[in-house]
Design a protein around this ligand. Structure first.
Ligand code: TEU
Length: 556
């Protein structure tokens, strides 16, 4: 197993809009982040991934970029950015930028040109097609409701947008587009940035001819643009021209990436990317293509997903490990217990993340156990995905609003986007103005100040976890073996690396649960390494509610 700094790193994701507001406009900004760098450093992470901070009309909170070489007005200036980068480097951390190049904003100068006429030199930067029988060129639907095509009156054609109509898809078939993207990447890397998280990175290559997709309940057309025919060629080209020339880290965000594909994108010898975010754990909640279903996946199913990726990638490719991000509900509400056992369950869940093979990603607020928000009505939501869907299904489609709202409450991306809770003062110390989205009222109890004061807090436990990972190579590089996979409440596994052995036992339930020592562990001499309750020896015993216990084999 080849060692690398990005395999040993722990990443912290910042969603700038919701992190810290320094100027009272209710929107987080770069100077706010600068103010909190010591806090992030104290947690013990190595890398900060910054969600997009480029110029943007914010139809999708910065995932619609109108200038890739400048900073969004609400977030600050290029000088602020440089100060932030320097502050990160001075503290021995690195900065991962968000690269959003499947699409641009419709306000990007390329698209402004492109839509002017069919003859415009930028026409072919995007995907334009004639209609079919007075309708869209094909039946593909957008991730954010409705058809994936928008009619443009002036030039008399449709353009493709897999996300909102203000996010037209770039035409990666055009070599000029790819060179533009590589130039943008060089711009940020030459400035000193340390890598990229690549947005919807498996959607760049569409099947030529753009055939109709298979009709069904969920999104239509995905089989013709996910992991498309030229995608690996594009990444090898990008790697040759840009990535291989810098000592950086890359992670491609890829919903619907089968294991065989991930082994190619992130394979040791693939010369593509370092790792991918795969969505299999998230997809467990979805029932029958319903985006807003909120089934809590039974533990054996969740374990099967993680164990499969652990085993299959070992020695061949590298995993990324995450529970949530700016697109997912809060971890403790989704996988743990955000009531009575909030602290215990959050600690247990992150014990798992920090004891698996791969690079762990912590989303802002997870280190203090932030929860889903009690959104009262549709007016409380800001996310374009949610609002579009409401428009389509309730306003136009006449669906039962209460039923849909219930699903949205559980699954909405806004759950992760409420402001970071810094203290128990007004607006949780996030802003002196009016926050752009509601603050979770539980900030009085759940906040950074409280967490730093409480020696038993999730924050301090997370620090211990990160330190443990850094001082035990088996936690990073060890291979993975699972026991009792059919157990409905416990996740039991070991990690082995060059004679170092870790044993992990996790209770995913809110009740005392009988733990029976696996046959293979009998007679081993072990000692407790870490846990979220007072530690007990590794033996047949009761695991307490949401207990996590990590052991290490005694040195001979
Ligand atoms: O997300 C891609 C994406 O399709 C999912 O994360 C999606 O938001 C989720 O499955 C819910 O439907 C990326 C970004 O992370 C997201 O914030 C952007 O909105 C999207 O791409 C478009 O750029």
């Amino acid at each position: 197993m080849e060692k690398a700094w990005w395999k040993e790193a722990v990443v912290y994701q910042i969603y700038p809009r919701s992190f810290m507001d320094s100027d009272g406009d209710g929107v987080g900004d770069l100077r706010g982040i600068i103010r909190r760098l010591d806090y992030i450093k104290e947690l013990g992470v190595d890398v900060i991934w910054l969600s997009p901070c480029y110029k943007s009309p914010n139809d999708d909170n910065g995932y619609d970029i109108s200038d890739y070489r400048d900073i969004m007005d609400e977030f600050g200036t290029m000088a602020d950015f440089q100060e932030l980068l320097q502050g990160i480097h001075e503290r021995g951390m690195k900065l991962l930028m968000d690269l959003v190049v499947n699409h641009t904003s419709d306000e990007h100068p390329w698209f402004v040109e492109s839509r002017k006429s069919r003859e415009n030199p930028y026409r072919d930067y995007y995907i334009w097609r004639d209609g079919k029988d007075g309708k869209e060129p094909n039946n593909w639907t957008s991730y954010f409701s409705g058809p994936a095509w928008q009619w443009d009156e002036e030039s008399g054609q449709y353009y493709l947008h897999l996300f909102t109509k203000k996010q037209p898809d770039l035409n990666w078939e055009n070599p000029k587009v790819r060179q533009e993207v590589y130039d943008i990447m060089r711009f940020w890397l030459d400035m000193g940035c340390d890598g990229f998280r690549m947005d919807v990175a498996n959607l760049y290559s569409k099947v030529p001819g753009l055939p109709d997709g298979k009709p069904g309940k969920g999104r239509i057309g995905a089989e013709y643009y996910q992991n498309g025919p030229r995608i690996h060629e594009f990444f090898r080209e990008m790697n040759r021209e840009v990535l291989s020339r810098y000592d950086i880290m890359t992670v491609g965000e890829m919903s619907d990436v089968p294991l065989e594909e991930a082994l190619r994108y992130a394979g040791n010898d693939s010369h593509e990317l370092n790792m991918v975010f795969q969505f299999e754990q998230d997809d467990l909640d979805t029932v029958d293509g319903e985006r807003w279903a909120f089934r809590k996946a039974p533990l054996p199913e969740l374990k099967a997903v993680f164990s499969k990726w652990q085993t299959a990638m070992d020695g061949k490719a590298w995993n990324s490990l995450y529970w949530t991000n700016h697109d997912q509900p809060r971890t403790v509400s989704r996988r743990g217990d955000d009531g009575r056992f909030r602290k215990e369950s959050q600690k247990m869940l992150y014990t798992m993340l920090m004891t698996l093979q791969g690079t762990p990603y912590i989303y802002q607020g997870e280190e203090i156990g932030m929860t889903n928000a009690p959104f009262a009505s549709i007016e409380d939501f800001r996310d374009v995905e949610t609002r579009n869907c409401w428009q389509e299904r309730v306003v136009k489609g006449g669906e039962d609003p209460e039923k849909l709202l219930e699903g949205i409450r559980h699954r909405a991306r806004d759950n992760a986007r409420t402001p970071m809770q810094w203290d128990d003062t007004e607006n949780a110390g996030f802003t002196s103005g009016t926050p752009w989205i509601m603050v979770n009222p539980n900030y009085k109890e759940i906040n950074v100040k409280e967490s730093l004061e409480d020696p038993d807090s999730i924050f301090h436990y997370m620090q211990q976890l990160i330190r443990m990972r850094k001082s035990h190579a088996a936690a990073v590089y060890g291979d993975f073996r699972e026991y009792q996979p059919e157990h409905e409440k416990l996740y039991i596994y070991e990690r082995n690396y060059e004679g170092q052995k870790l044993y992990v036992v996790l209770n995913f339930s809110d009740t005392d649960t009988e733990f029976v020592l696996p046959e293979a562990w009998k007679g081993e001499e072990t000692e407790p390494l870490l846990g979220n309750y007072p530690q007990e020896p590794l033996k047949n015993r009761r695991m307490r509610p949401y207990e996590a216990a990590v052991y290490i084999r005694k040195e001979k």
